[in-house]
Design a protein around this ligand. Structure first.
Ligand code: KIV
Ligand code: ZN
Length: 498
């Protein structure tokens, strides 16, 4: 019988550490629910002590997700563990992931400590975490460059202290696959108690070997892998979830099963890429735009005669519909509905009608409508039930004139209008809006991003507005970035104007 491999997804922790890819809490919940649907066993939801935002995300993800274990990262520090325990209070199944650097680089330069002191700290943090939760995972940071005998001594000590999973990260992505595989084998053969716990891989891709190292770890006995969607992560990223899942599905002789429903892989990949504004490289294995595109005549001929001549994976197995047709202004509702459902979005007829109307308007302004655009349009429905809604916005701006904006708002059915000037069009529009909504509000963060490229593109705006000491997040997308900015502001204030 095939053995079970546990999939530990760290898209929302290690993946989210990529500069410029931060998600707000609502988006993190969306990703966490998609990961649950995909079938991951563990979701690493954040590093709660690192910021109030991370703390809050762990709390909200714990509430929103049912089946996967929710994991929170800590250093080998009691305060970190206390904060993580608090953040996990709503999780149905919870895990603390604590640890410390074990390589000579970390021991000498980061901690200025001795090997014995590091071992004592490792034991102490596992014992402390164990007082609060049953499921404790320990990471030996930079295990890739840690001497195997010392590593075995640490692993044995933390197992004795109560660790249920031990993570062997190749933090710098340095190991060769043979070297990493031998490390796991050495631990499997030389550590007392190793068969009572699960060894985990956690490989980085600095030399392009993350997936190869992870597979070497599995072959040698690791039964949990730490991965991210699209392989996102700091520097060159982490091991890709989709690559490991499809390697195991393709190589049945390894006799290892996961709980991943591979048909959800492509929709989740698109969702993460779109929300994090992180394009997937076209030749990326499994989920890249060209992964199944055959352009040479010889290949096309072979594929038409028998697809297995040139393809080892059926695109349908990862949720890619080959009949995907380009959406244009002439596409009907059914085509839009089909594409949304491929992207994991199911809409009721009424919502579909309004998204379709928005789609037609966008198609008039933008010739290639891609999956990111469609996801944005589907997300727009959130505004329907809002108390404060934008009725109209007119802005005059240019060179040599002071920008002026007039705005119409509908607040719970009542209409209000105002006009103001400002030092830019967004400033003018927000000043006009503030004449209607007279509350203390300060913009703390304002981020405008284009989804793809080109002057006809949709602008995505994330806004953080502070009101009475609390930050509220707003989001909007529009081909007009002034309108998107005002809509994002309104989205944020709807969270406190009740
Ligand atoms: O790469 C790494 O070592 C990590 C640990 C914190 C688990 O991400
Ligand atoms: Zn990492």
């Amino acid at each position: 019988m095939a053995e079970r491999l546990f999939i530990f997804d760290t898209t929302l922790r290690d993946g989210e550490q990529v500069p410029g890819c931060q998600l707000n809490t609502i988006e993190k919940i969306q990703v966490a629910q998609a990961l649950e649907n995909l079938g991951v066993d563990v979701i690493e939801a954040g590093f709660p002590v690192s910021s109030p935002g991370d703390f809050n995300s762990v709390v909200e993800i714990s509430k929103a997700v049912t089946w996967p274990v929710i994991c929170a990262l800590t250093r080998a520090v009691e305060k970190d563990i206390d904060v993580a325990v608090e953040a996990l209070k709503f999780a149905k199944r919870k895990r603390i992931h604590t640890g410390i650097g074990t390589s000579p680089f970390h021991i000498k330069y980061k901690f200025n400590a001795t090997e014995d002191e590091i071992r004592e700290r490792a034991i102490a943090c596992v014992k402390y975490a164990k007082k609060h939760v049953e499921d404790v995972e320990f990471y030996c940071e930079d295990a890739g460059r840690t001497d195997n005998i010392y590593l075995a001594c640490i692993v044995e000590a933390v197992i004795k202290a109560g660790a249920t999973i031990v993570n062997i990260p190749d933090t710098t992505g340095y190991c060769l696959p043979t070297e990493y595989g031998e490390k796991i084998k050495f631990l499997m053969e030389n550590v007392n108690g190793i068969h009572n716990i699960i060894l985990s891989t956690h490989c980085h891709n600095d030399l392009g070997m993350a997936t190869a190292n992870t597979v070497a770890g599995i072959i040698n006995g690791a039964r949990q892998v730490e991965v991210t969607i699209n392989g996102i992560g700091e520097r060159a990223g982490n091991t890709s979830l989709e690559e490991v899942a499809m390697i195991l599905k393709s190589h049945k002789e390894l006799s290892i099963d996961t709980n991943i429903n591979t048909k959800h892989i492509y929709p989740v990949s698109r969702m993460v890429s779109s929300l994090m504004n992180m394009p997937v490289q076209p030749n990326k294995a499994i989920v890249g735009r060209n992964a199944f595109a055959h352009s040479s005549g010889i290949h096309q001929d072979g594929i038409l005669k028998n697809r297995e001549s040139y393809e080892i994976i059926d695109p349908k197995d990862v949720g890619i519909d080959e009949n995907t047709i380009a959406l244009t202004a002439r596409s009907g509702r059914a085509a839009l509905k089909h594409r949304l459902s491929l992207l994991g979005v199911e809409l009721l007829q009424k919502k579909l009608d309004s998204v379709y109307e928005a789609f037609l308007k966008l198609a008039d302004n933008k010739k290639d409508i891609n999956d990111d655009d469609i996801l944005m349009l589907a997300g727009k429905d959130r505004t329907e039930s809002q108390r404060v809604r934008l009725e109209y916005l007119q802005v005059t701006s240019g060179v040599g004139i002071r920008p002026v904006a007039s705005i119409g708002l509908n607040i719970a059915g009542e209409k209000f209008e105002a006009a103001a000037s400002g030092n830019g069009p967004v400033d003018a529009a927000i000043k006009a809006l503030k004449q209607i909504i007279r509350r203390p509000m300060v913009i703390q963060e304002f981020l405008i991003q284009a989804i793809n490229k080109g002057s006809d593109d949709i602008g995505k705006v994330h806004m953080q507005v502070e009101h009475n000491g609390v930050n509220y997040y707003g989001f909007a997308a529009n081909t007009d970035i002034i309108a998107a900015s005002v809509e994002a502001y309104i989205d944020a204030i709807n969270k406190f104007v009740k």
